[in-house]
Design a binder for this molecule. Structure first.
Ligand SMILES: [Zn+2]
Length: 327
């Protein structure tokens, strides 16, 4: 089905260089080679941009090129507020009011702002200068400009959150080990990433250069196990196809022998055989997705009309959530 090659970058999970080339173009049709490890099924971009290029990309041009924005639009702030509520619902069983929280790749800071409104001692780190400034100045919250590696090793948190960040990290294992050190004993790491087995996404829309790795539930849990975490909960959200997971820091240092990926590569190959463009576009999925997006856009337009200030809008989102919980 795919061309077999030797990758220039060894697999971050199992060190193998035996790969299949699964795509040669990104979702905009530009050249981008994506490979899958024939041993464990991990997917990555090969060749990879140089480290300097990556730092520049995230600090200067990522949001502009990728999302075409400099300052968050009102509707994006609102959407991120609603997303924060969904995320809190997901991890609330392991989070208590007053917990210290560090959000890596905080973006516009809406998540940190809402978590603070919910009683958490939340902070963030964000490489994009404009977004970090917006978080500090417009939302008035502690978000530093930088990467996870800029957080002092002496700081320790109850919760660390990585929402759509892990797939952008060049050496995900090394980064996760850094986060392991930042967590308190038995602290929790909350991760959300796109799913390599997402059937809501058209096959041609899967890959782009900002995503260095693409995980499925098996490769994600294997990576976290190697980094010294145990899986508490993992789910694939039916509304957006993403993987959401809660991991707990284990007492002992990471164990390299726990990796067992038997069958995951074969599972991924079966997925790619099944999920073809023809099958995707002749299924109801893209049309129900379009309908859902349109009705959400309408509801959003109605909901945000009355607000002139971002903080007031987010406070209303949080109050509504607290009201429904109190009932
Ligand atoms: Zn591998």
């Amino acid at each position: 089905m795919f061309d077999r090659e030797t990758s220039s970058i060894p697999c971050n999970l199992c060190q193998s260089t035996d790969v299949d080339v699964i795509a040669r173009k990104d979702r905009e049709g530009k050249p981008l080679q994506t490979v899958m490890c024939r041993h464990c099924g991990l997917i990555w971009t090969d060749p990879r941009p140089a480290p300097k290029e990556i730092v520049h990309f995230y600090s200067k041009s990522y949001r502009r090129e990728y999302k075409n924005i400099v300052r968050p639009k009102k509707k994006h702030v609102y959407r991120d507020g609603l997303e924060t509520i969904k995320r809190h619902r997901f991890f609330q069983t392991v989070a208590r009011e007053g917990d210290t929280l560090m959000d890596i790749g905080a973006g516009n800071g809406v998540f940190v702002y809402c978590m603070r409104q919910l009683g958490f001692d939340a902070k963030g780190v964000e490489p994009d200068e404009d977004f970090a400034r917006y978080a500090r100045e417009a939302l008035g919250i502690p978000v530093i400009t930088g990467f996870a590696s800029d957080i002092k090793k002496t700081e320790h948190y109850d919760l660390v959150t990585l929402h759509h960040v892990l797939e952008h990290m060049t050496d995900s294992l090394a980064e996760l080990r850094h986060l392991w050190r930042l967590l308190k004993q038995n602290g929790h790491l909350i991760i959300e990433v796109p799913n390599a087995e997402d059937i809501l996404q058209a096959p041609g829309n899967r890959y782009h250069k900002a995503h260095i790795y693409t995980f499925n539930p098996e490769t994600l849990s294997a990576l976290l196990t190697r980094a010294g975490f145990s899986v508490v909960t993992m789910r694939v959200a039916p509304y957006n196809g993403n993987i959401s997971a809660i991991f707990q820091k284990k007492d002992e240092v990471w164990d390299n022998n726990t990796l067992n990926q038997n069958g995951n590569y074969a599972k991924m190959v079966r997925f790619f055989k099944r999920h073809t463009p023809i099958r995707h576009y002749t299924s109801p999925i893209p049309y129900t997705k379009l309908f859902r997006n349109l009705s959400a856009a309408l509801r959003e337009w109605i909901a945000i009309r009355e607000f002139h200030e971002d903080k007031a809008m987010l406070n209303a989102v949080v109050s509504k959530y607290l009201d429904t919980r109190a009932r």
